[in-house]
Write a protein that binds this ligand. Structure first.
Ligand code: BGC
Length: 743
């Protein structure tokens, strides 16, 4: 038989015979393969591939050799195998993953190279486990600090999110694994997540809630998207004609596949017409009707098939869905050129530690308490449950079965060795459990001592130590950074505020290491010397934190969201009626209307507008060295909207350690026909500088950075007039400004 050599990768040749069907011939354009496969499929086969056959897989087309499509969570590590039709883990022994830092930690690096490294690494793990779709990244905007899933997302700013999501997606997909960007869109709280009905105007939608997704779709070329559970303008997000058909597939010209969130489909007709391509996770109990395969009763299974047979639906929408699923399959499971992937490799461990190290944010550092001076410090008191609690288990669908997890106390003990004595006191008992869907940490954290006994032990240890390190925060249990529940307040749980104040009273040399994925109130900032925002850092948590605390790594993270002093500073709470009010929608369903009355004034945009002083501003983060900014210059002070303006600023490391600084560019439209934010992030660059070294940082400013979304015209508009470029170290620490004019 005549052989055609169609690809040569790493010395492996794959041959297609002259009679190979087009859809199996990967020398052919993907669209030809899609059409060929489509033409060979029966109606039943088409129906089959657009819905699940198990919790996380769809069946493919066995007769044609088109393989199953396997999905996995995401977004911070590859989820352990679960049973065919249960959430419980399947108890495999080969599915322990590398747990990477939470996506807020990634966003806090403000370093797109870290996002690419993250994507490549997690994608390789998914690939090794033979998964075609990684259910992540999550990029819902941080609208309120109470949202239970903020830790899975990238913060409050659409520009920062856009810059970070693109390399993450590209990194994942370089493995032949699709990223599934979720939860499109407006899934900004967990409370009432199936009935939340955000009421958002177009300008707010396009300026705040869509840019990250648009970047992921167009620049990242993400192969799949996941719809949210929430509603939007009368329809659920997963098959919302405005979000999916009009915007994602229409305006953005996206050719990928829309996957429902698990159990987000409620109806066949709208699922058919609303732009959904694959249905997953519908509740099969109660739908079984005694049939052998409950999945046949999915809304896009028999009900759809029967509807086509009796003429209720045409096959046009079906063929579009099938094309998209086939495209997804050819890009992933039927991509013969994809790498093999790897799990738990040294590279992934190193990536976990590097990303985490760049993400930790030094919020405050009075008297240079940090880094710990081990020449002088002889006795360290480590206090707090989060010093010993494993955090990779918990939090909902992002919960992991990690290969190992180094706790902060263990990491510190290993690094400090004999240089200083470390005493540990728990101080409080928060959540001693450590189980999710059958995955257990194996830790026994039960403690029967009274709160008074625990506190007394902690105070004694603190009083006797040279320095106190308090590891507290949240812990991914219900209401403490966890899917399906929001936080109930911004306060730290388990009496931590009182404990921190009491500890600071006996020893002012105290650093608080707050482990959380969302902002908490910190009524003790004046009492303590140093504060680190430490996120959930995965396998390498303890080593990463030891790196920072001892100065082996100089902190360089910046906050990806505002650290509010109180909920009153949050637009969503002050104006937006969070979590909304009960209402009845057009179809007679009970919903929770959530007017997003704060509009585009989310995060620092609300802080600026109302001249508020948050505990720590968006973009804030200190270093163990100092950076001095020079004066910004611009290449021209006047031009048209089609010109590119270049703003340049010198930044010098004036301290004594090597360090990294993220230089931020904000743009202010000084006079506009609409109420624009005081300033908006439109550029950032992270530079690494040795002591005494200067970098010249430059930013290009074009139309995109100057425009607002005109809802009436339904287009981005750059109005002539005066603008200001503001360059600084955070949204509240602007070091230099320069004006320019658009004619
Ligand atoms: C979550 C998704 C997740 C899916 C599958 C849903 O409950 O909202 O983010 O990917 O479950 O576990």
């Amino acid at each position: 038989m005549k052989k055609l050599f169609i690809s040569f990768i790493a010395g492996i040749s794959i041959a297609a015979s002259a009679t190979t069907p087009v859809y199996l011939d990967d020398s052919k354009p993907i669209e030809d393969r899609v059409e060929d496969a489509l033409s060979r499929m029966t109606l039943r086969e088409k129906i089959n591939i657009i819905h699940a056959q198990s919790k996380f897989s769809a069946p493919g087309v066995p007769r044609l050799g088109i393989p199953e499509l396997w999905c996995t969570d995401g977004p911070m590590g590859v989820r352990p195998e679960v049973l065919w039709d249960e959430w419980d883990q399947a108890r495999w022994t080969n599915d322990s993953c590398t747990a990477f830092p939470s996506l807020t930690a990634l966003a806090a690096t403000w370093n797109p190279e870290m996002a690419e490294l993250y994507g490549k690494s997690i994608g390789a793990e998914a690939r090794f486990r033979n998964k075609s779709v990684l259910l992540g990244p999550g990029i819902n905007i941080y609208r309120t600090p109470l949202n239970g899933r903020n830790f899975e997302y990238m913060g409050e700013d659409p520009y920062l999110t856009s810059q970070m999501v693109v390399p993450y997606v590209q990194g994942v997909q370089s493995n032949g694994v699709a990223a599934c960007v979720k939860h499109f869109a407006l899934n900004n709280n967990e409370i009432n997540r199936h009935t939340s009905n955000p009421i958002v105007d177009d300008r707010t939608l396009y300026e705040i809630y869509l840019p990250g997704y648009k970047a992921a779709a167009q620049e990242g070329e993400a192969w799949s998207f996941m719809g949210g559970y929430n509603l939007f303008r009368g329809e659920h997000a997963s098959y919302n004609p405005i979000l999916m058909n009009q915007i994602l597939k229409g305006e953005w010209g996206w050719d990928g596949a829309v996957i429902s969130d698990w159990g987000a489909v409620h109806d066949t007709r709208t699922a058919v017409t609303g732009g959904l391509d694959m249905e997953f996770g519908s509740w099969t109990n109660g739908l079984t009707n005694g049939q052998s395969n409950a999945y046949d009763n999915y809304f896009l299974a028999n009900p759809y098939y029967n509807g086509i047979m009796d003429g209720t639906y045409s096959t046009d929408e079906l063929d579009d869905k099938v094309r998209r699923v086939l495209r997804l399959t050819f890009r992933t499971s039927m991509n013969r050129n994809k790498p093999y992937g790897a799990m738990g490799s040294d590279e992934h461990v190193a990536a976990c530690r590097e990303i985490g190290g760049e993400g930790v944010v030094l919020l405050q550092n009075r008297n240079n308490l940090l880094p710990l001076n081990l020449d002088k410090i002889k006795k360290i008191a480590v206090i707090g449950e989060n010093a010993i609690k494993m955090m990779t288990v918990g939090g909902g669908s992002s919960s992991l079965k990690a290969r190992y997890e180094i706790t902060p106390l263990d990491g510190l003990r290993k690094r400090v060795g004999d240089d200083a004595e470390i005493t540990y006191a728990r101080g409080y008992v928060g959540d001693p459990s450590g189980e999710y869907n059958g995955v257990v940490t194996g830790q026994d954290l039960n403690d029967s001592r009274s709160p008074e006994e625990l506190q007394a032990e902690a105070l004694k240890a603190a009083a006797e130590a040279d320095v106190v390190l308090f590891f507290g925060g949240l812990n991914k249990s219900n209401h403490q950074d966890c899917e399906d529940t929001d936080r109930e307040t911004m306060d730290l749980p388990y009496g931590q505020n009182e404990l921190i104040k009491a500890l600071a009273a006996v020893n002012p040399n105290i650093a608080v290491i707050n482990i959380s994925g969302t902002g908490v109130s910190m009524p003790w900032t004046d009492n303590v010397a140093s504060i680190l925002q430490a996120w959930y850092l995965g396998n390498e948590t303890g080593n990463t934190l030891a790196d920072i605390l001892t100065g082996d790594v100089n902190p360089s993270g910046k906050l990806p969201y505002t650290y509010y002093a109180s909920l009153d500073q949050v637009g969503a709470h002050k104006l937006g009626e969070y979590p909304g009010h009960p209402s009845i929608d057009a179809l007679g369903n009970e919903v929770m209307d959530i007017p997003y009355n704060e509009g585009v004034f989310v995060g620092y945009r609300f802080i600026d507008k109302n001249k508020l002083k948050p505990t720590f501003p968006f973009g804030h983060g200190l270093s163990y060295t100092d950076f001095t900014y020079g004066t910004a210059t611009i290449d021209k002070t006047e031009g048209t909207a089609d010109d590119t303006f270049t703003v340049t600023i010198p930044v010098t490391n004036t301290g004594s350690r090597e360090g990294k600084e993220t230089v931020q560019l904000y743009i202010s439209d000084l006079k506009a026909s609409v109420d624009r934010p005081v300033k908006e992030l439109k550029g950032f660059k992270k530079v690494s500088l040795k002591p005494g070294e200067t970098a010249t940082v430059s930013f290009e400013i074009g139309r995109d950075a100057l425009s607002f979304f005109d809802a009436d015209k339904h287009e981005w508009v750059c109005e002539p007039g005066k603008f200001e470029a503001l360059v600084g170290a955070s949204s509240a620490d602007i070091r230099s400004k320069i004006n320019f004019k658009i004619k």
